[in-house]
Ligand binder design. Structure first.
Ligand code: HSE
Length: 305
């Protein structure tokens, strides 16, 4: 049997933390997404990127680095050419590096002929390490698996995966850059016990409301006291955007990952809520990109030849 030599992967944006689940919860979005194409080649490995200025050194770009890690895990020293088409803005809080890392690792696994979920996730998390200094997996896991994910443990791989139908989301990305490295550095080493207790209560409520499809309950449940109170200082207009979203009928509001993206859980009022959030940022002189989207599937192989 001859091996495949070309693969094309679609890997979606994600919202890590999803309220109270710092470094644990995440959801996949239907859009935006990245596209990774990987082809076996004979020369030195290369990567080209489209839409944003990203590293073209294969050891520094997260997508090619994750592919290298996956090939290495399979004992292969494969030369390749990779093309990364970014649909997700870097430093957005929408899992941009996670999507590229998953795309690279999943593509390499597909060309190895065996796709082992844990190997893909571990290789992708290594991509996150070179991007943010930390191998957190709460973007790569939902990006790969889809739906809502809660990471119980990585080794052994144990993930709660729920597919809450009809969970409509408005994600708004203000024209501010927040590096995950900086947003992690701003967090305290210790938190008050009352804040930890509150997050446990809210996290249980998130899981229950998703399982019951009671999305109104997310209004309380997306409250976070471990990271957002510190990080919102990096997102000018956060409190006003939150108020505007809730006043215009959003069921819940929170920060995407380490920001600056914010998101709201909505019903049939996506446009009103997106416009209200956009106007709140505009009042501060900040432009933004609005995504009217919903919870989506995980990474997909679009072509394998
Ligand atoms: N859980 C990570 C953080 C996600 O909040 O730092 C980064 O996107």
């Amino acid at each position: 049997m001859s091996m495949n030599t070309y693969v094309k992967i679609k890997s979606p944006a994600t919202l890590a933390n999803f309220g109270p689940g710092f470094d644990v919860f995440g959801i996949a979005l239907e859009k935006p997404y990245d596209i990774v194409e990987l082809e076996i080649s004979s020369g030195p490995s290369t990567i080209t990127t489209k839409n944003y200025d990203l590293p073209t050194n294969i050891h520094k770009n997260v997508a090619s680095y994750a592919a290298l890690k996956l090939f290495e895990k399979n004992g292969k020293n494969t030369s390749f050419s990779m093309a990364l088409e970014k649909g997700i803005r870097p430093a957005s809080g929408m899992g941009s590096s996670g999507a590229s890392s998953v795309g690279g690792a999943y593509a390499a696994a597909a060309l190895c002929g065996t796709v082992n979920d844990k190997d893909v996730i571990m290789a992708a998390a290594e991509g996150e390490r070179i991007s943010s200094g930390n191998a957190h997996a709460d973007n790569v896991v939902p990006c790969y698996m889809g739906g809502f994910t809660s990471i119980v443990s990585i080794d052994p791989l144990n993930v709660i995966n729920i597919f809450p139908e009809g969970l409509n989301i408005v994600a708004v990305l203000p024209d501010i850059k927040v590096s995950t490295k900086k947003a992690r550095a701003i967090l305290p080493d210790k938190v008050p016990m009352a804040d930890a207790v509150s997050n446990v209560a809210m996290a249980s409520c998130v899981v229950h409301s998703l399982m019951k499809k009671d999305y109104k309950a997310l209004g309380i449940a997306l409250e976070d006291r471990l990271s957002i109170p510190y990080r919102k200082t990096l997102v000018t207009g956060y409190d006003d955007a939150r108020k505007a979203a809730l006043d215009s009928g959003a069921m819940a509001f929170s920060l995407g990952g380490s920001g600056p993206a914010v998101f709201a859980i909505v019903d049939n009022n996506k446009k009103e809520v997106a416009d209200a959030i956009g106007d709140a940022f505009a009042d501060k002189g900040i432009g933004c990109t609005k995504y009217m989207t919903k919870i989506g599937d995980g990474a997909q192989i679009l072509a394998l030849e």
